[in-house]
Design a binder for this molecule. Structure first.
Ligand code: BEZ
Length: 401
């Protein structure tokens, strides 16, 4: 019996029945139980630790480990082993990296990632191998849409959700003419699409959708075009280092007063220190905010600060909740990963006590959650109001819905 054979009730029983003595039992039982301690649960973390999204990946990783360390370092009674891969936010390497984790390292779960393009490569590998995947950030629609599957879960959002919420807020203010700006990949287009849909509910129209290749940050041509178009507002999806640069360049171009900059909350989450004055007053929509007055948020922020000496942000929250969701699944089956049906059923039914506020998962396995309107003041994305209550992604094309 190989070391990597899954621990199942059947294999445990087999060992007990077959063996009169300890030595005989050991010959039949998985090695993990022979010394009376079960093998570790292997988590394959595929996240960006370098590049534009490095800070996002680091916060997800640290907060996931925090959630597990709060449970004594165990899930379902089993110790946890981490196998870590830097995906560099590079879609071309996504399948190879995920395959290594599944086939070479034999991880029990895949956790990742930040970039939608890389996440979709992980979805394919997870689907092909029937490995449970928990996505702690990437908002690619297809992961819980056309490519949804019983083994694919997400603890973050779809790109549509914050975009749609901001569109509704701006439409509610009677604004009619917008320009959208983003990177030219799934996350950017889906975020701009969500905004367009929400904005249209009040008769607003997006006159131009401008995009540049990920992860470029040469914004001059785009800023010139915005100035020439003279929209009433500019909606954006940028995150990480790109968000820092865009917000600074936008302010430096003198556009902040003529065309207010709004966005999906990634524009100003985890970035405010670096953005400084340029970010003040920017409004965004997201499933997390400062000043939520959620008891779990207070304890989480204190614990994250203590563990990392950094302030928590939305990425940390999503990583923490990935750990919480895994705990629900593994605790339900007492660590027996072969009891997949029960484990998946428990995860589907989970109500996560998140720092963002409690949430449940849709049939497509994406959070149904409040979208908050926030406004930057000092170093905070201050809660303003609930922009859309319990917003579910439409999960277009998902056969589980
Ligand atoms: C995405 O690629 O889906 C994504 C990246 C960073 C922040 C939010 C979404």
């Amino acid at each position: 019996m190989s070391k990597s054979e899954p621990v199942t009730r059947r294999t445990i029983l087999k060992g007990i029945v077959a063996g009169a003595g300890v030595a005989a039992a050991n010959a039949f039982m998985p090695r993990c139980f022979a010394a009376s301690a079960p093998t570790k649960v292997k988590l394959g973390l595929m996240l960006p630790y370098t590049g534009t999204y490095a800070a996002l990946g680091k916060n997800i990783d640290d907060a996931l480990r925090l959630a597990i360390s709060e449970r004594g370092g165990k899930l379902g009674g089993r110790e946890v082993e981490y196998v870590v891969v830097d995906d560099e936010s590079e879609p071309a390497k996504g399948a190879e990296n995920a395959n290594k984790l599944v086939s070479r390292d034999k991880v029990d779960f895949l956790i990742g990632t930040v970039h939608s393009g890389v996440a979709m490569a992980m979805v394919k590998v997870a689907t092909d191998n029937d490995t449970i995947l928990v996505i702690p950030n990437a908002g690619a629609a297809a992961a819980t849409g056309a490519a949804c599957a019983p083994n694919i879960f997400r603890t973050s959002f779809t790109n549509w959700q914050p975009g749609f919420a901001m569109g509704k807020v701006m439409a509610g203010r009677g604004l009619k003419r917008a320009v959208s700006v983003s990177w030219d990949y799934a996350a950017g287009h889906e975020s701009m699409g969500g905004f367009k849909e929400g904005f249209a509910t009040g008769g607003g129209s997006v006159e131009k959708e401008l995009a540049l290749a990920f992860p470029q940050v040469e914004f001059q041509a785009i800023l010139t075009e915005i100035a020439a178009t003279k929209p009433e507002l500019v909606y954006t999806f940028f995150a990480g280092a790109g968000a820092v640069k865009f917000v600074k360049d936008y302010a430096a171009a003198g556009l902040k007063n003529s065309a207010p900059l709004v966005g999906a909350g990634f524009l100003t989450d985890g970035t405010l220190q670096a953005q400084g004055d340029a970010a003040q007053g920017i409004e965004t929509t997201l499933h997390y905010a400062d000043g939520l007055n959620v008891p779990k948020d207070k304890t989480f922020r204190a614990a994250f600060k203590k563990a990392t000496n950094r302030d928590a942000d939305v990425y940390a929250v999503q990583g923490y909740d990935a750990g919480q969701l895994l705990a629900v699944g593994l605790d339900a089956v007492k660590g027996d990963t072969s009891a997949r049906k029960e484990m998946i059923a428990a995860m589907e039914k989970a109500e996560i006590d998140s720092p963002r506020g409690r949430f449940t998962l849709s049939k497509a396995h994406n959070p149904v959650q409040d979208m908050y309107l926030r406004k930057v003041a000092g170093l905070e994305n201050k809660f303003v109001s609930v922009a859309v209550k319990a917003l579910a992604d439409p999960a277009r094309g998902c056969k589980l819905v």
